[in-house]
Design a protein around this ligand. Structure first.
Ligand code: FE
Ligand code: CA
Length: 527
């Protein structure tokens, strides 16, 4: 062994074993192998670049994605990074002190990906907690914790996770995440509205960075604003996340190629904007490489399993949907256009994929992790039936195909998890929503928001009428928060965790209600 090779090996071992020491890490940089130098990556020292935290996601039984972005000055162009790739080292260990390094490697933070890093760490053991960290430009990142899923054949006695949505930065503080990070969870599911694209508005507790984004650089800046929050960073650092976007990651209420204001934004301009928004979303989320967008297209619907206990069918209800509000208003009586059988919310390919997956699933619980309310709900405040024209209620024929499939093929214990509404509901999914005596097929748990809507109230103003008119609707809360779920082979429990206020910091956490579903019995009961 040549002396230089020996030195390289020793230096590398020094970093791997005692990576917390910058001197050892710098020694490794000075002896980088030739293939790393050939890429033209810089190893210069920059100001502290991990200002937006770290994250992990997409847990499989032997792999997990770890993420970071280098952004020494998050609101500056390119986050304050030079226009060149930067080397990033990463390590995965079994202990938070990194005494035993399980996996390590080198990646690049490239300018064309906003200097983000997505490492798909493979060869891990099932159902195990791991710790990870990054090193770049002379700095060590905070330590993140993550967890792999159980192996395919395992039936874990319990899986705990939280789901959340709708974290408008201006409308409040992320106190809910501070509390969530103190729970002992296996993962977090985020169901949309990670950012809001709105302009800065005065009189709110916090403020957006700039005008409405429609370029990649502007969306990146918006993510930088959101991801600067310490409680959000803590929830990412503590758990693996499984994410799917809703509308505000692109444009309020868009559907497929149609923006909120089609008269102001022609199709081509909106598709360019959608491409920028999807690119920024992928860059900032701990997603796998298959979700990296190609122009205005992004692959988000996917399936993640927790052994034989849980199949998560993660849906994308925005990218392929037919136009919203076919009857005119946002809430309206059911009109002829609504019943058009060609209307779709998933698109043909995703709908086939979902039914195929539900048909083949062997999991005890089949979870649709998705954006907008699924079960029928009559929102009319008078005698007349009225439905919301941008939820599944606006795609009744497409929904009935899924409902009929569930009734006939009987995938075990269907559960729908939903974001979007900014207040919490529990609703039962009926075989025929016009007949309250028809078979119950499963429960839908609609979460509230982390902050969107600002400080809440006990119930929405319309909730008493909605509950009176809809026997399938069991519960409403209009307080901010998240839902913490505990799932065993025998039962599912959803705890509605709420904070009494978000416009000032420091709110305590309360459990407003808990609902239980037993294996084999689709009804939900208040615990
Ligand atoms: Fe929202
Ligand atoms: Ca939304």
């Amino acid at each position: 062994m040549a002396d230089q090779d020996r030195k390289t090996q020793i230096d590398r071992r020094t970093f791997l074993v005692r990576g917390g020491q910058a001197t050892a890490a710098v020694a490794l940089v000075s002896s980088l192998p030739a293939f790393v130098r050939a890429e033209g990556a810089s190893t210069s020292t920059l100001p502290y670049p991990f200002t937006l935290g770290i994250a992990s996601g997409e847990p499989l039984s032997t792999a997990v994605v770890i993420w970071t972005r280098l952004a020494p000055a998050p609101q500056e162009p390119r986050g304050g990074m030079p226009e060149r790739p930067e080397l990033v080292y990463w390590q995965v260990a079994r202990d938070e002190h990194f005494r035993v390094i399980e996996r390590w490697g080198v990646s690049y933070a490239k300018p064309e990906r906003g200097h983000t890093v997505h490492v798909d760490v493979r060869g891990l053991e099932p159902a195990r907690t791991y710790f990870y960290r990054f090193w770049a430009a002379g700095h060590m990142s905070p330590v993140g914790r993550t967890r792999t899923a159980p192996g395919w054949g395992a039936l874990p006695s319990e899986v705990r996770f939280a789901f959340a949505s709708c974290q408008h930065f201006e409308q409040g503080f992320y106190t809910a995440y501070k509390h969530m990070a103190e729970e002992d969870l296996h993962f977090v599911a985020f169901l949309g509205d990670y950012i809001y694209e709105g302009v800065p508005t005065s009189g709110r507790p916090r403020r957006h960075d700039d005008g409405e984004p429609d370029t990649l650089e502007a969306y990146r800046r918006r993510y930088a604003t959101y991801k600067s929050d310490p409680h959000l960073q803590a929830a990412h650092a503590r758990f693996a996340w499984i994410v799917t976007p809703d509308d505000h990651e692109v444009d309020n209420d868009y559907s497929d190629e149609i923006p909120q204001d089609p008269q102001l934004q022609p199709r081509d301009a909106f598709l360019a904007r959608r491409a920028a928004a999807y690119q920024a979303y992928w860059e900032h989320m701990p997603l796998r490489a298959f979700s990296e967008p190609s122009g205005p297209d992004i692959q988000l619907y996917r399936r993640l399993g927790y052994g034989q206990l849980l199949d998560l069918h993660v849906l994308d209800t925005r990218q392929y949907r037919s136009v919203t509000k076919p009857c005119g208003a946002a809430q309206a009586p059911i009109c002829e256009a609504l019943l058009d059988p060609t209307r779709t919310i998933l698109g043909d390919a995703q709908e086939r994929w979902l039914l195929d997956g539900l048909g083949r699933s062997r999991a005890r619980w089949n979870v649709l992790a998705q954006q907008v309310p699924f079960a029928f709900t009559d929102m009319g405040q008078g005698e007349q039936v009225e439905v919301r024209q941008d939820k599944w209620d606006a795609y009744p024929v497409a929904r009935q195909r899924i409902v009929d499939f569930i009734a006939e093929r009987k995938p075990q214990n269907p559960i729908v998890l939903t974001g979007d509404l900014h207040n919490a509901w529990v609703t039962l999914l009926k075989r025929d929503h016009r007949d309250p005596d028809s078979q119950t097929l499963g429960a839908e748990f609609i979460g509230t928001s982390i902050t969107s809507g600002g400080d809440g109230t006990e119930q929405t103003a319309t909730a008493p009428t909605v509950i009176a008119k809809n026997p399938q609707v069991l519960f409403n809360s209009n307080l901010r928060g998240y839902v913490s779920c505990s799932v065993s082979p025998r039962s599912w429990t959803s705890h509605y965790r709420v904070v009494p206020y978000v416009t000032t910091e420091g709110a305590p956490l309360e459990t407003r209600a808990s609902f239980v579903v037993e294996d084999g019995d689709p009804e939900a009961y208040k615990a």
